[in-house]
Design a protein around this ligand. Structure first.
Ligand code: NOJ
Length: 750
């Protein structure tokens, strides 16, 4: 009754035209806020985990449902399904003001249709498709009552030991920023309030990806210049794309936990960037400030977090238990509470939940999205484009001299399929995915994908060979026997689904268990071997890399994984993925990333021993560089033509190359532009990605590719944290990988 009253009065007073929509929402928020008691306001700032699933250490709470009815809960996470969300929303409708609940969920790479892990999608460098992937995820999740996804994760990650690299876009700030924006657009669709759009959440604010040693939840200590230049831009891109929410992070940053960090949340996010949405803490991170040694108890933790700008407390209960007293004690101003609550209510209005709290909880819509063939098609496309061809050596007589072993012929008589991933089902999904009861019939295994591609004339032999991560070698003999009978052997190895993800950092990122020994055993048969590697992070597999003729990096590709790898293996799709992270030679090289500084002693090669940080036992260079990835065809780059050799800040510079497809297949290339500022008031990286274009070239075709450079592309943060450009000399590089480029020089004059 009361609720109707609020809405009616809001509608009467503020039913203006579409132009005044924004203003009218703010005024509606004010009209609700005026009616709220302090306890009701604090309730809105409290988020609880539902009783069905947990993604963090749970607090036992058998009064959970009562608390919803008492108006003590503003949002729930891990509560999905049209029926369940409707039931809980029913409880919220029993509160005095009938303020609807928000249901949040980790929809990281798909909901029902699982897409490649975000790191794999990043390898596609295909913004349209990445946006579409998020669009599909949003459509399916929203139909299951979800209002809000805790994605995209936009943390830059330079350490593959960190388990959460799988969730982000890799090591590069420029690529990461574009992907952040694409994902936000995809999740939020044509606009929040539509029943196929969910609120996105840029996380983890900030610098979580720089945890010392790649150990999850670890501390971060870095210069504010590096923070602003490398780690914050993807967040800014998400904010500019209209992201509805931010999540702060577990780590302390320069001695201050991110959750209690005013510089991040008040000065930068809500101040400089004028962010209008709200900030949710990470799971328990308000209370965890006690463990950090930053807050004495939950009372102090709540005070520090609220004052620093954390609007909603996920699952620590610090707010609900302490904010009221903190306000009464004068430690947290009522204006701080009001500001947080307004931000939260505003999003509930934007989502249209005050008008219809059940609008997302529609069982019919949920059913209609359950097995969506169109979504599977998009997933297969995304999966194909995420695959990276790492190696494709010729192997006469099979491929013929000069021609790579891949793609395989569909007329091959006998193919041996070996390895623990060939018949894997749920391991194709990767971390942050759901287990649905019908998964075994819904997810395509590699075996089934290959089988459906070939006629009955091709005989498929199978041997598992070994498990993913133990030392048992008893299956080797069978694998070798099967390989001996085949014309071609395809081996699929990698990491299990739970070996990379949250709290899944690993010190040893070599291929787990005895899988590389299995490869060695099969290679000893002398048969032509293709290896596919399923993983959530860059792994180390040097023997395989050096000895096996053809290697595909197949990540965790999702529901259509098996069909996508079959498309690539047999040439129905020519692989085009490019690595979004450097692959180290060994763990001792980490962190290794392409856009490092030159240092005072830049080495030219591995023999320059008195030069930059060469280890005496290790090359300077990664196994595979950022931006690297082959195709079944070859692309030849011309030299770079510049429109002028110097230009003024008011002018533009054009850099042009021609790219020719000189091989035997049509294919897509990602043409990458890098720039180096040679001398600056602060030192600058050896090169930085500043643009790229995806170009499809038919066999023999040539295309001209041009990039326009302005001072925007030359900006960086100086030692006063101002974003500036400086006139001077620059190098410009264009090529198909960060370590395979043509070079030109130009000058920016005053
Ligand atoms: C903790 C993770 O760090 C965060 O990314 C996730 O969204 C929450 N748990 C909720 O599951």
């Amino acid at each position: 009754m009361k609720r109707n009253l609020i809405i009616v009065s809001a509608c009467c007073i503020f039913s203006f035209t579409a132009i005044s929509q924004k203003k009218s929402i703010d005024q509606k928020v004010d009209s609700v806020l005026k009616l709220m008691t302090l306890d009701e306001k604090i309730g809105q700032m409290n988020q609880y985990n539902g009783p069905w699933a947990a993604t963090g250490p749970l607090t036992n709470d058998d009064k959970l449902l009562d608390q919803i009815k008492e108006g003590k809960v503003g949002s729930m996470l891990n509560t999905t399904g049209a029926k369940r969300t409707r039931e809980l929303q029913d409880l919220a409708m029993q509160t005095r003001l009938k303020i609807p609940l928000l249901f949040g969920q980790d929809v990281i790479h798909g909901y029902r249709t699982i897409f490649p892990i975000p790191l794999a999608e990043a390898a596609s460098w295909d913004m349209k498709l990445i946006e579409q992937s998020a669009r599909v995820a949003a459509t399916e999740a929203a139909a299951a009552g979800v209002h809000w996804t805790f994605a995209p994760m936009v943390d830059i990650a330079r350490d593959p030991r960190w388990g959460r690299v799988m969730e982000g876009a890799g090591e590069d700030t420029y690529l990461g920023s574009l992907i952040a924006a694409a994902r936000v657009k995809g999740f939020q669709g044509k606009g929040l309030g539509n029943t196929d759009a969910v609120m996105a959440c840029a996380k983890h604010f900030a610098a979580y990806g720089a945890a010392v040693g790649g150990r999850d939840y670890n501390s971060v200590d870095m210069s504010l210049r590096q923070l602003n230049e490398v780690y914050l831009p993807p967040f800014k891109a998400a904010a500019d794309a209209g992201v509805a929410t931010f999540m702060n992070s577990f780590n302390d940053l320069n001695g201050i936990p991110a959750t209690g960090n005013k510089y991040l949340q008040r000065d930068i996010l809500k101040g400089k960037w004028k962010f209008k949405g709200f900030v949710v803490s990470d799971w328990g991170s308000v209370g965890e400030m006690i463990n950090h040694g930053y807050a004495k108890d939950n009372y102090e933790a709540a005070m520090l977090a609220a004052n620093a700008g954390s609007d909603m407390d996920m699952e620590s209960r610090s707010y609900i238990q302490n904010l009221s007293k903190l306000v009464k004690d004068g430690k947290v101003k009522l204006t701080v509470i009001d500001e947080a609550v307004k931000r939260i209510l505003r999003m509930k209005f934007v989502m249209g939940l005050f008008d219809d709290p059940y609008k997302f909880s529609n069982e019919e819509r949920e059913k209609s999205q359950w097995n969506n063939a169109e979504h599977r098609k998009i997933e297969r496309e995304m999966a194909k484009k995420s695959i990276v061809l790492l190696k494709n050596n010729p192997l006469p007589p099979v491929g013929g001299a000069g021609v790579g072993l891949l793609p395989l012929s569909k007329q091959t008589k006998t193919i041996a399929l070996i390895g623990p991933f060939i018949k894997a089902v749920s391991d194709n999904l990767g971390f942050w995915s759901y287990d649905w009861p019908d998964d075994s019939s819904r997810i395509t295994s590699t075996y089934d994908g290959i089988k459906s591609k070939l006629s009955a004339d091709t005989k498929l032999l199978y041997a598992k060979g070994c498990n993913i991560n133990d030392s048992v070698t008893t299956g080797f003999a069978e694998a070798v026997e099967v390989a001996k009978q085949a014309d071609i052997v395809v081996i699929q190895v990698g990491e299990a689904r739970d070996m990379t993800g949250e709290a899944k950092s690993r010190s040893n990122i070599h291929l787990p268990g005895v899988q590389e020994d299995l490869i060695k055993g099969v290679m000893a048969t002398g048969k032509p071997v293709v290896v596919m590697i399923n993983a959530g992070r860059p792994l180390i597999f040097n023997w395989t890399a050096d000895n096996v003729p053809a290697i595909l990096y197949t990540w965790w590709l999702g529901t259509e994984a098996g069909n996508a790898v079959a498309d690539v293996l047999f040439g129905d799709y020519n692989p085009s993925g490019k690595l979004p992270m450097s692959f180290p030679l060994t763990e001792g090289q980490i962190p290794i990333y392409y856009n490092h500084y030159n240092t005072g002693r830049p080495a030219q090669n591995d023999n320059d021993r008195f030069y930059r940080s060469a280890y005496i036992d290790l090359s300077l260079y990664p196994k595979y560089a950022f931006g690297y990835g082959l195709s079944y065809t070859n692309f030849e780059y011309s030299d770079i033509k510049l429109s002028k050799s110097s230009f003024k800040p008011t002018e533009k510079l054009t850099a042009t190359v021609t790219v020719k497809n000189t091989g035997n297949y049509d294919g897509e290339e990602t043409v990458q532009l890098y720039i180096q500022d040679l001398f600056g008031s602060v030192v600058r990286p050896v090169k930085e990605l500043k643009g790229f274009q995806k170009v499809f070239l038919k066999k023999g075709e040539v295309k001209e590719i041009s990039f326009t450079i302005t001072t925007e592309d030359l900006k960086f943060f100086n030692d006063k944290l101002e974003k500036i450009y400086e006139p001077g000399e620059f190098k410009l590089f264009i090529g198909g990988a960060s370590n395979n480029v043509k070079e030109a020089s130009f000058t920016l004059i005053k």
